[in-house]
Design a protein around this ligand. Structure first.
Ligand code: NAD
Length: 468
C-alpha cells in the first residue's frame, strides 16, 4: 500500500464519517462538514519532510553522498515517533507513507505519540561496521535539532538494530551535552537503558494479533455468535474452519515472509505455541525460501539467522546445521499454500498481479504496507481475513512507549512486566477492532482500524482548536 493509497483511504474514511452524523455531533451540519474537510486536509498533509545527504568516507577512501530522511507527519496525539530504516528501497515517498502509518497506528492503540519515520538509502550489508557507525552518527548530526525525548523519538526498523540505536544515542549525547538523552531513542540495548523484550515485541504482538482472534476472541463471543454471523458470513466461515483446525490434531500451517527481528520471532511464537500445534512450513528472506511440509526447525533457523544475518541458502549449509528443508525462490512465499501467512519484510507483496493466487486464509501484516488496497478488498471478498499493519505490528511501539516512560522514572521494568503490559494493551485494541469488524459487513478491517484512529485524531484536533 503506497502513499497515495494511504491518503485516498484517509479521505474515504473521513468521507464516511461525514455521512454518519453520530461522530462529532454539531447542530450546524454545514460547519461540521467544514470541520471534517479541514481535518482531512491536515491529516493528508505531512508536517515536515527533511531530506539530507550524508557524506561518508568509505574504508577504500571513496566519498559517498547518501540520501537520508526524517519525516514528521503529525503530532496532535503526542511527540513524533517512528523507526529509522536502512534499505536500498528507501525513498521520500516510502518514508512519508510509513510516517503516516505511524500516526494512525499510535492513534489506534491510544499511545501518546504522533507519527514519524526515518530512512537512509543504503544496503547495510554493503558497509563495514566502521562505515555504518559513521553513517549513523552523521544521521543524528543532520537531524539533531529535530530530534529529542520531547520532540521526535526514533527507534529501529528494517536494516537497523540496537547497535545502530546505541551509536545514535551516543552521538545525540555528544551534540546535546547536559541534556536528558536516554529518552531520545527507543530500541536501545538493555545495558544502555533499553527495555527488556523490545527486540521480540513486534514479532510477539504480530503472532498474537492472529492467535488472540482465533482463540480468545472467538471463545469470548461464542454465546452471542449466531446473531453476529448474519453479517460477514464468509469471514465467520474462515474463523470456524480455523477453530476446527486449532482443535484438531493436524497442525495449523504457517508461512513467514522475512526472517529478521519481526519474522524470526513471529515464527518462533508459532513454533513454540503450547496451546495449539502449529507447523511453520515455509520461511523466506531476500535470498531464499525454505520449505518443509512437516514443519521447519525454527529454533535452529533462528539461531543460524542470528549469527549469519540470513537464512541458510544452500543444501550444504542446511546439511551442516542438520536442518531438513527444500530450497526455493523467495518470491513464491506470498502465494504459498498454508493457513496463516505472516508478512515481515517489505511493502507491496500482494497486489492485483498475484492476489488471485493467494491461498492462505488469514494474512497478518507484521511488515508495513505489504498488501495493496485492491488486493485487500479482493481477498476479503474471497472470505480471507486480513489483519492490517497498524493493528498487528504495534508491539514494538507499545514497548517503545514503556522504554520511553522507563527513561523518565529511571527505573528498569522486568521483561515479564513489559511483555504482559504490551500484550494486555494490544488485546484491548484487538478486541475493539474485531468487535467492530465482525459485526458489520461494510468495509475491510483496515477501514475499521483507520476509522477508529481517525476519530481519535480528529477529536484531538478539534479539542485543540485546530479545526474550523
Ligand atoms: P529486519 O531488517 O530485521 O528483517 C527484514 C527481513 O526481511 C530480513 O530477513 C530480510 O532478508 C527480509 N527481506 C528484505 N527484503 C526482502 C525481499 N525483497 N523479499 C523477502 N524478504 C526480504 O527488519 P524487521 O525489523 O524485522 O522489519 C520487518 C518489517 O516489519 C518491516 O516492514 C518493518 O517496517 C516492520 N516493522 C518492524 C518493527 C520493529 O520493531 N522492528 C515494528 C513495526 C513494523
Amino acid at each position: 500500500m503506497n502513499r497515495s493509497q494511504t491518503k485516498v483511504l484517509i479521505e474515504e474514511v473521513i468521507g464516511s464519517l461525514k455521512k454518519s452524523n453520530r461522530f462529532l455531533e454539531m447542530s450546524d451540519e454545514k460547519k461540521r462538514g467544514m470541520v471534517l474537510d479541514s481535518a482531512a486536509e491536515i491529516l493528508k498533509t505531512t508536517d515536515k519532510i527533511i531530506k539530507s545527504y550524508i557524506r561518508v568516507s568509505t574504508d577504500e577512501g571513496e566519498i559517498q553522498r547518501i540520501p537520508a530522511y526524517r519525516v514528521q507527519h503529525n503530532n496532535i496525539s503526542g511527540f513524533y515517533k517512528g523507526g529509522i530504516r536502512y534499505s536500498e528501497e528507501v525513498s521520500e515517498e516510502e518514508v512519508e507513507n510509513l510516517a503516516i502509518l505511524m500516526t494512525l497506528k499510535n492513534a489506534l492503540h491510544e499511545l501518546p505519540f504522533g507519527g514519524a519515520k526515518g530512512g537512509v538509502h543504503i544496503n547495510p550489508r554493503e558497509y563495514t561496521e566502521r562505515e555504518l557507525n559513521l553513517i549513523s552518527k552523521k544521521y543524528v548530526q543532520r537531524f539533531a535539532i529535530n530530534l529529542g525525548p520531547t520532540q521526535d523519538i526514533p527507534a529501529p526498523d528494517m536494516g537497523t538494530d540496537e547497535r545502530v540505536i546505541d551509536w545514535m544515542v551516543g552521538e545525540y549525547k555528544t551534540i546535546h551535552p547536559g541534556q536528558a538523552y536516554i529518552g531520545s531513542f527507543t530500541g536501545k540495548s538493555v545495558e544502555n537503558g533499553g527495555a527488556r523484550g523490545r527486540r521480540e515485541s513486534t514479532g510477539i504482538g504480530t503472532f498474537l494479533s492472529y492467535f488472540y482472534l482465533v482463540k480468545q476472541w472467538l471463545e469470548d463471543n461464542a454465546e452471542t455468535m449466531s446473531e453476529k454471523e448474519k453479517l460477514r458470513t464468509k469471514q465467520w466461515e474462515t474463523l470456524h474452519s480455523m477453530e476446527e483446525k486449532c482443535n484438531n490434531k493436524d497442525p495449523v500451517e504457517v508461512a513467514v515472509q522475512g526472517f529478521g527481528n519481526v519474522g524470526s520471532v513471529a515464527a518462533l511464537e508459532a513454533y513454540n505455541c503450547s496451546e495449539v500445534k502449529h507447523a511453520v512450513t515455509a520461511v523466506s528472506d531476500q535470498f531464499v525460501m525454505l520449505i518443509n511440509k512437516e514443519g521447519l526447525n525454527i529454533e535452529k533457523l533462528a539461531a543460524y539467522a542470528e549469527k549469519h544475518k540470513q537464512l541458510p541458502d544452500t543444501a550444504e549449509k542446511l546439511k551442516q546445521e542438520n536442518i531438513e528443508a527444500q530450497i526455493a525462490e523467495p518470491g513464491g512465499i506470498a502465494v504459498f499454500d498454508c493457513d496463516v501467512l505472516i508478512f515481515a519484510a517489505i511493502a507491496d507483496q500482494v497486489t492485483k498481479d498475484n492476489m488471485r493466487s493467494v491461498k492462505a486464509d488469514i494474512l497478518v501484516e507484521g511488515a508495513n504496507a505489504p498488501i495493496s488496497v485492491n488486493a485487500d478488498l479482493y481477498l476479503q471478498e474471497q472470505g480471507k481475513i486480513i489483519i492490517p499493519d497498524i493493528l498487528a505490528n504495534a508491539g514494538g511501539v507499545h514497548v517503545s512507549y514503556l522504554e520511553w516512560k522507563q527513561s523518565r522514572v529511571t527505573e528498569m521494568y522486568k521483561k515479564e512486566e513489559i511483555l504482559n503490559e504490551m500484550s494486555g494493551q494490544m488485546k484491548d485494541t484487538f478486541k475493539k477492532v474485531y468487535d467492530a469488524y465482525f459485526t458489520s459487513d461494510e468495509y475491510t478491517m483496515r477501514f475499521t482500524c483507520y476509522t477508529m484512529a481517525l476519530k481519535r485524531l480528529i477529536s484531538l484536533l478539534y479539542r485543540h482548536g485546530k479545526l474550523f
